[in-house]
Design a protein around this ligand. Structure first.
Ligand SMILES: NC(=O)c1ccc[n+]([C@@H]2O[C@H](COP(=O)([O-])OP(=O)(O)OC[C@H]3O[C@@H](n4cnc5c(N)ncnc54)[C@H](O)[C@@H]3O)[C@@H](O)[C@H]2O)c1
Ligand SMILES: [Zn+2]
Length: 405
């Protein structure tokens, strides 16, 4: 038996934020990040719509990118003191993910972060509050997914919380919020969305339900991502829908080792000046993982189907896989994303001398590989790597060398 779970309602299209006016409840907490939603007026709009619905509203602001366990605990205390029956998270993946974890702690104050990370092990939520997610980036699709990614900075590791209990009750996919994204964010979140769709399509947990969403998302991303990056607002609006479809695909169809590696490298080099931004990590690792997974016959065939849907040409599945890899590398060039960690500059742009020194990478490699193997996304990857293969794969991602194993 498989399960396909989505929010009860997805309000989409321009002006969908106004759906907040129809919510029923007494108290709502709005969770936001560092300021973009305030600056562009969406926080004020959301607040006034909820007030129009007769609710008392408080705002928890300042949730940082790649949110920490500490922020989650602080937000949960804020909620316990206020007692909301609606949690409305507005912004990118970071504030929405943090709010999801706060929700768990708010409903069950004795829960520890370790408890939350037990895969599909959460108790029943919605005893105190319902959850609405309003996405402002076009990538994570956390507004529709059963996941939340929280970083333990003491360990330098991102942990996924995974359970259908944290699938939001309501998702608002209003493209107006995504129109203010700077180009770099469009590039990173767009490649995150493409990775979601590709990984979900070849995942061992895929189904007809998730395949349909994944393939259509891939077609839309091929058509719209580069144009969105080049400030075409119709394409930008379409990308907001496409990333949500990719999210519907991976929330039930799950992901693979591109995400395992991105989760375990993202914060591992933080002391050397920068994070490897989630979407950029995916963009660099996806071509390598496709080459690795294509040794599995079923995965190879499915990559071939993706290439066909994208009209990339190729007479055999091997040729189609090669063309798909070439296409994705071409996308990285058009979006100004490097091909490997060695060339990943502190500002996330390609550079000769990236911020992760070779000796540091090699020293951390065995541990990063071991952690990636343990990541929740590894189990649904079509080919299960050994520790040695994971280390080799990560080396290919560092040096941009060919995957021939
Ligand atoms: N829950 C999931 O299923 C899932 C999936 C993939 C990634 N993630 C996680 O999500 C996080 C990344 O989220 P993200 O890529 O959406 O970025 P983000 O939420 O970290 O935001 C990045 C920056 O963009 C700004 N920003 C957001 N929306 C904007 C807008 N419309 N205009 C201008 N600026 C804007 C923010 O203020 C912030 O400074 C990572 O922690 C990643 O691990 C979660
Ligand atoms: Zn992702």
């Amino acid at each position: 038996m498989q399960r396909f779970t989505n929010p009860r309602d997805i309000y989409h299209g321009k002006g969908a934020l106004e759906a907040l006016k129809t919510f029923e409840g007494k108290k709502a907490v709005i969770c936001v990040g560092g300021g973009s939603m305030k600056k562009f007026g969406f926080l004020d709009k959301a607040k006034s719509y909820l007030e129009e619905a007769g609710m008392e509203v408080r705002v928890f602001e300042g949730i940082e990118p790649d949110p920490s366990v500490e922020t989650v605990m602080k937000g949960a205390t804020f909620m316990q003191e206020f007692g909301p029956d609606w949690i409305v998270a507005i912004g990118g993946g970071s504030p929405i993910d943090a709010a999801k974890a706060m929700w768990i702690k708010y409903e069950y104050p004795n829960t520890t972060f370790e408890d939350m990370c037990k895969i599909f092990g959460l108790p029943k939520l919605r005893t105190k509050a319902h959850f609405c997610a309003v996405s402002s980036t076009s990538g994570t699709a956390t507004e529709v997914t059963a996941f939340s990614i929280i970083t333990d900075y003491a360990k330098g590791i991102k942990y996924p919380i995974a359970d259908f209990e944290i699938t939001p009750d309501v998702a608002i996919v209003d493209p107006e919020l995504a129109e203010t994204m700077p180009k770099k964010l469009v590039a990173h979140t767009g490649m995150d969305a493409l990775t979601h769709a590709v990984e979900a399509y070849v995942s061992t947990a895929c189904s007809e339900f998730t395949d349909a969403d994944a393939i259509h998302a891939i077609e839309m991303i091929q058509r719209d991502l580069v144009n969105s990056y080049n400030e075409d607002m119709t394409a930008r609006d379409n990308m907001h829908t496409a990333q949500c479809l990719a999210g519907i695909a991976f929330s039930s169809g799950l992901l693979g080792i591109v995400h395992s590696m991105a989760h375990k490298t993202g914060a591992a080099f933080a002391e050397y000046g920068a994070h490897i931004i989630h979407g950029a990590a995916n963009a660099m690792y996806l071509p390598k993982v496709i080459a690795f997974n294509a040794k599995d016959a079923t995965a190879k065939k499915k990559y071939g189907i993706i290439a066909d849907y994208m009209h990339l040409g190729g007479a055999s599945d091997d040729e189609k896989v090669a063309l798909l890899i070439k296409y994705i590398r071409g996308l990285n060039d058009q979006l100004n994303i490097p091909h490997c960690i060695k060339n990943y500059g502190a500002n996330s742009y390609p550079t000769e001398q990236g911020f992760v020194p070779e000796d540091v990478f090699l020293k951390k490699l065995p541990e990063i590989a071991a952690n990636a193997l343990l990541d929740a996304c590894t189990g649904s990857n079509p080919r299960q790597p050994s520790q040695e293969e994971m280390e080799k794969l990560l080396k290919c991602c560092y040096y941009d060398t060919e995957v021939d194993f």
